[in-house]
Design a protein around this ligand. Structure first.
Ligand code: 13P
Length: 262
């Protein structure tokens, strides 16, 4: 982790916690971090609840001025119109979402999202002032056939076509084989791919954007392994799934600085 980039710890709740549970969770998370005297300069914290929770989270965060960012798990490529079931970036912006996850492997796998779809969604996020958290990652078969970086690099190249780097970007490298498997990548594996992704960002969007873009690792991140990832120079945080649903575990991940060097 380079000093110039604020580490980013993001919880992707996936399809867990309804809006009532979300209110209780975010409130308790804020208390846990306040009790631990978490310094938000050490790590920015964001949660990504289901769409139906966002209005409740917005109300709580605004009422109590909580230092927790939030965003959605997906966004439509379209701004409005006859797209049943989709949610516009304009609506997310009105809910004060700062971020939106785009191209998660579960969207690619279960909803057939292509690289072109992901690119269209990144452009839509930027039209509405949202910072996309662009997810890339290879399957176990990809890894076998193409090695570690080829697929994530190709996915990111496609995702960034025509993108204005000045509008903000977070990238999450999530090897599909590490998601929910309990078998995280090694810090060295994560570093190798994150470094290759940063080189690509430099090529496409310029060195300044490459130096300031946070690149996260995701896939079986826990309090016990977060510090080892954050020691790597090109890993700037984590996109956490299962462990983000446990307040003690997630707040311990957020406070990774306390166990760096442990
Ligand atoms: P797990 O942390 O449960 O492996 O999930 C990672 C993930 O998919 C985050 O987006």
């Amino acid at each position: 982790m380079a000093v110039s980039r604020t580490p980013f710890i993001a919880g992707n709740w996936k399809m867990n916690l309804d809006h009532l549970q979300a209110i209780a969770f975010v409130q308790k998370l804020a208390w846990a971090l306040a009790d631990a005297k978490h310094d938000f300069a050490d790590a920015e914290v964001a949660v990504f609840p289901p769409f139906t929770d966002l209005r409740s989270v917005q109300t709580l965060v605004a009422a109590d001025s909580l230092p927790i960012a939030y965003g959605a798990q997906d966004v439509s490529a379209h701004d409005s119109g006859a797209y049943t079931g989709e949610v516009s970036g304009a609506f997310l912006a009105h809910l004060d979402c700062a971020y939106v996850i785009i191209g998660h492997s579960e969207r690619r796998q279960y909803h057939g999202e292509s690289d072109a779809d992901v690119n269209a969604k990144v452009l839509a996020a930027h039209r509405h002032g949202l910072v996309p958290v662009v997810c890339v990652g290879e399957t176990a078969e990809d890894l076998e056939a193409h090695g570690p970086s080829a697929v994530p690099v190709a996915q990111l190249r496609a995702a960034l076509a025509g993108v204005d780097g000045a509008k903000g970007l977070v990238v999450a490298y999530e090897p599909v084989w590490a998601i929910g498997s309990g078998q995280a990548a090694t810090p060295e594996q994560a570093e190798q791919v994150c470094a290759a992704l940063r080189v690509l960002i430099g090529e496409l969007l310029g060195e300044e954007v490459a130096a300031s873009t946070r690149i996260l690792y995701g896939g079986s991140v826990k309090a016990a392994n977060i510090a080892s990832f954050l020691r790597e120079p090109n890993v700037d945080g984590a996109l956490v799934g299962g462990a983000s649903l446990d307040i003690d575990e997630f707040s311990s991940i957020v406070r990774f600085k306390k166990h760096v060097g442990a």
